[in-house]
Design a protein around this ligand. Structure first.
Ligand SMILES: [Fe+2]
Length: 194
């Protein structure tokens, strides 16, 4: 039989927060926890792998917009300051939609900055401030990389029968990125003075 002191210690142990479980996982990255969505596991896995690449690149593009929102300079400062933030918010919505599609397929989405940095194919930006022309051309390059992979992934999802992923890629990712390219590109057109 436990002594009163030992019993008291038991109560205290139960009341104490559990702080030594930092490494516990309920699903390892890269695995599929199959859900009842009438899609084969290999189809889900292929879409999850593609979407994780896309979410890393979309997070990078999203963050490029915030960097440029803060660091923009010159006579178009205010217009671009606002446009960059609008595009940042639209890219944030895409990040959420892609990540939640990954979870819906039974996968695990990349989430943290260090994993994004290891995964993205968008070239690393300097920490310093760049002129507007460099900001715009870097954005267009990043958009084109995202669009190129999104088009390929949309075709693969369609062929595999993953209509939900195909719809997300075409209706949301491709259309949003195409429209943002238009708005960014027009700032590089050299209109002659009247
Ligand atoms: Fe702001």
């Amino acid at each position: 039989m436990k002594s009163p002191t030992a019993k008291r210690q038991d109560f205290l142990d139960r009341a104490r927060p559990i702080l030594d479980k930092d490494e516990l996982e309920i699903q390892p990255f890269g695995t599929i926890a199959k859900l009842s969505i009438a899609l084969a596991e290999d189809v889900c896995r292929a879409s999850v792998e593609n979407l994780n690449q896309l979410v890393a690149d979309t997070m990078t593009l999203r963050d490029m917009y915030k960097k440029h929102h803060w660091q923009v300079a010159g006579p178009t400062f205010y217009q671009l300051h606002l446009l960059y933030d609008k595009h940042f918010n639209e890219q944030s919505e895409l990040v959420d939609a892609i990540a939640e599609r990954i979870q819906s397929l039974g996968g695990i989405s990349i989430a943290m900055a260090h994993d994004v940095a290891e995964t993205t194919i968008i070239p690393r930006l300097p920490r310093g401030r760049q002129p507007t022309s460099a900001q715009l051309s870097r954005l267009l390059h990043a958009h084109e990389l995202v669009l190129l992979e999104a088009r390929t992934m949309a075709k693969q999802a369609s062929t595999a029968g993953d209509d939900g992923t195909n719809d997300l890629l075409v209706s949301n990712v491709i259309r949003t990125n195409e429209q943002q390219v238009w708005f960014v590109s027009e700032h590089l057109v050299n209109v002659p003075p009247l």
